[in-house]
Design a binder for this molecule. Structure first.
Ligand SMILES: NC(=O)c1ccc[n+]([C@@H]2O[C@H](COP(=O)([O-])OP(=O)(O)OC[C@H]3O[C@@H](n4cnc5c(N)ncnc54)[C@H](OP(=O)(O)O)[C@@H]3O)[C@@H](O)[C@H]2O)c1
Length: 292
């Protein structure tokens, strides 16, 4: 990974931080995109100390905010980013203690904004740098929990639950379904170019519960039971790193992989070209700059 430049969102915690450490150990220049400067600086120091890689950098970026994503990309360019080899959309909003929709600074339901619109906008804005890579890889992140919701569909008419029916888990899984579908669309768009797009299906991974202080005692108990059946962030991060660097994957695109490096399906509904077309059509209403 020497001379490779990688950007990973949410690189200050959990799987994102573990993946940053692994990529840094491989010699890559890794940029962690974090919404909170203090948490980002703390993580940056820890990552540098652990790996001895001084090329790890921080950019402050809140994935729920258009202004912050645009500003973060401008900062990256001012700081000399001229090409990008790997873009990992790891950050996600999944605070299950939330009872009512929370709106972002842009007035958009936060889960939809952070987990779907943010990654799409970031990819679009970084297209020039991705196109300057010899072989760029975009990696999106979805969830194994989707298997518990086999009938889930994107609410094309109301993806922000503005007309009611909000539940944070529904909003979360909808956004993760959108990532599976967006990856297929992006891979098709990249067809015939050296760029690829693949998605990771993250299984149950241990979470630092101190990061979620508003969880109820019951939710904390549920998480601690779940953690007995969970793998570590470090184990899960190996799949991100494999997708980021394995030379044999240079031409693999539009695929979906689980924690055991196995190809998995996204489901008939998510793979339907008409449903993907509709997802991109509603996404374009928020992000008119997206080019087919
Ligand atoms: N853990 C699991 O069991 C599990 C299961 C299925 C899928 N996943 C997926 O795996 C990925 C990583 O999860 P994790 O377990 O590592 O979670 P985590 O430890 O809670 O880390 C989430 C990261 O996302 C960042 N983030 C959240 N909202 C953001 C925003 N608006 N802008 C920028 N960054 C933001 C967080 O930053 P802050 O530190 O500022 O909060 C943190 O760095 C996520 O995409 C998640 O959906 C996880």
């Amino acid at each position: 990974m020497k001379n490779k430049v990688c950007l990973i969102t949410g690189g200050n915690a959990g799987i994102g931080k573990a993946a940053t450490i692994q990529l840094a150990r491989e010699g890559a220049e890794v940029i962690i995109a974090c919404r909170n400067n203090k948490r980002g600086v703390t993580a940056l120091e820890q990552i540098k100390n652990k790996t001895g890689n001084e090329k790890v950098k921080l950019v402050v970026m809140d994935l729920s905010s258009r202004e912050s994503i645009v500003g973060g990309c401008e900062t990256l360019r001012t700081d000399g980013l001229n090409h990008l080899d790997v873009l990992i959309h790891n950050a996600a909003d999944f605070d299950i203690s939330r009872k009512t929709p929370l709106l972002s600074a842009d007035g958009i339901e936060t889960v939809w904004a952070t987990n779907h619109l943010g990654p799409v906008l970031l990819t679009e804005l970084l297209e020039p740098e991705l196109s300057l890579s010899e072989q760029a890889r975009v990696i999106t992140v979805s969830s194994q929990g989707l298997m518990m919701h086999p009938r889930l569909k994107i609410k094309f008419e109301d993806p922000e639950f503005a007309q009611g029916g909000y539940r944070v888990d529904k909003a979360y899984y909808q956004s993760k379904l959108a990532q599976v579908m967006y990856t297929i669309w992006l891979a098709e768009k990249y067809h015939g170019t050296p760029k690829t797009a693949n998605c990771v299906r993250v299984t149950n991974v241990k979470i630092d519960l101190e990061r979620y202080p508003s969880l109820s005692a019951f939710q904390k108990r549920l998480y601690s039971i779940k953690s007995k059946f969970s793998i570590t962030p470090d184990e899960m991060a190996k799949v991100y790193v494999w997708l980021a660097m394995d030379p044999q994957l240079a031409k693999q695109s539009g695929k979906y992989y689980d924690e055991k490096y196995r190809l998995v399906g996204g489901g008939k509904w998510a793979e339907s070209p008409e449903n993907i077309r509709q997802l991109i059509a509603i996404t374009q209403k928020y992000l008119p700059e997206i080019k087919p």
